[in-house]
Design a protein around this ligand. Structure first.
Ligand code: UD1
Length: 341
């Protein structure tokens, strides 16, 4: 059975493509290659030991999507990752984000209806909860106004999908990711950085490698156990596997509502200082850090109530924070070796 994966050469997309193949599905990978490299296709193929179907498609050109669906009539479901995701960039160039992330989703939904493909898994984010009043945060927590255009595209994306699911023959599972980290245990795929990293773990691994002098920890005066922000970090392979559970729930008609939402996290809050310690415990490397002012738009603490995903999606995390740190460091070293050669 063919499953369309948009943005399938990106960080979470590539890991999900591997898990789809492991689970016996045939992914049809589309990507416009604006934020990814075609070389990721070769990397995926190296892991799975066979070729994958890839089409370079610009989702904001509807005719390209129509042509792709025509070419692959066996597509039965969609996993939609393709989106821009750099928070700062979205603040400086909001229209780029609203156009790309929302127009692509609208066209996708239109074309899915045209080709009678009713099932879609959407990449959402815990950013929709803002600074939650209650922790751990459950799917019933109120949605907060977004602090960035990027966050707003996730919030609006969910609204577009929810309204379409109510009105049309479309079933949606929206997965709200907390903080995906780590890499495939083969160290063949992982998160690629284009310039200084935007996220904590790549910053830690690049500091350990000597590419960065030190980690600047954004704030040590938050109202948390050690004063640094608290997040819910989850191994990217566990995130990828949740997509298989979600897609199976949709295509096997197990859904109870035509718009369902699940949190994907470990369910544990970990501070930035605890992350630095976890990296040391997993790798034996102590990185240099100093405290810097708070980063604009950061929330103090957010971690997931994963009860619903565990019971309803029949999914739970298999990897630990130590696994994630070890895999992130192995990936960084693999990149370093490739760049040397
Ligand atoms: C960020 C985005 C969020 C987005 C998510 C996934 C912001 C404000 N939030 O989440 O909207 O959904 O990525 O793309 O950009 N940290 C440091 N020093 C660093 C880097 C990070 O102290 O150099 C801290 C941050 O303050 C935060 C934690 O590490 O407390 C995690 O940061 P990050 O990996 O950027 O993820 P989020 O801020 O949770």
């Amino acid at each position: 059975m063919k499953i369309l994966v948009t943005g399938g050469l990106g960080y979470i997309g590539s890991h999900t493509v591997v898990e789809l193949v492991n689970a016996g599905y045939t992914p049809v990978v589309i990507d416009n290659l604006s934020e990814s490299d075609i070389e990721v296709k070769d990397r995926i193929e190296k892991i799975i030991g066979k070729e994958i179907i890839f089409e370079k498609v610009e989702m904001c050109h509807k005719e390209e999507m129509v042509a792709m669906f025509k070419k692959h009539p066996e597509i039965k479901g969609v996993i939609h990752f393709a989106a821009y995701l750099i928070v700062n960039e979205s603040v400086n160039d909001p229209l780029k984000y609203y156009y790309n992330n929302l127009v692509s989703t609208i066209y996708l939904l239109e074309v899915m209806q045209e080709f009678n493909v009713p099932s879609i898994v959407f990449s959402s984010s815990c950013t929709v909860y803002g600074n939650p009043e209650e922790l751990p945060v459950s799917e019933n927590a109120p949605i907060q106004p977004a602090v960035s255009p990027y966050g707003n595209t996730k919030k609006m994306g969910e609204e577009i999908l929810r309204d379409t699911a109510h009105a049309k023959d479309i079933n949606v599972i929206s997965l709200r990711y907390f903080n995906p980290i780590g890499a495939h245990e083969s160290s063949i795929i992982g998160e690629f950085q284009d310039g200084p990293p935007h996220h904590l773990v790549p910053y830690i691994t690049e500091t350990a490698r000597g590419l960065r002098q030190e980690l600047k920890i954004f704030g040590n005066d938050w109202n948390t156990s050690d004063g640094t922000c608290v997040r819910d970090y989850i191994h990217v392979v566990d995130v990828a596997k949740a997509h298989i559970s979600a897609v199976e729930r949709l295509i096997n008609n197990k859904i109870e509502h035509n718009f369902e939402v699940f949190n994907l996290g470990m369910g544990v809050g970990v501070s930035v200082l605890e992350m630095v310690n976890a990296f040391r415990e997993a790798t034996g490397i102590s990185i240099k850090y100093s405290f810097a002012p708070r980063r604009e738009g950061d929330v103090e603490a957010v971690y997931a109530d994963t009860t619903k995903a565990n019971s309803t999606l029949n999914w739970k995390t298999e990897k630990t924070l130590t696994d994630a740190m070890r895999d992130a460091w192995n990936w960084e070293q693999a990149l370093m070796n490739e760049q040397k050669n």
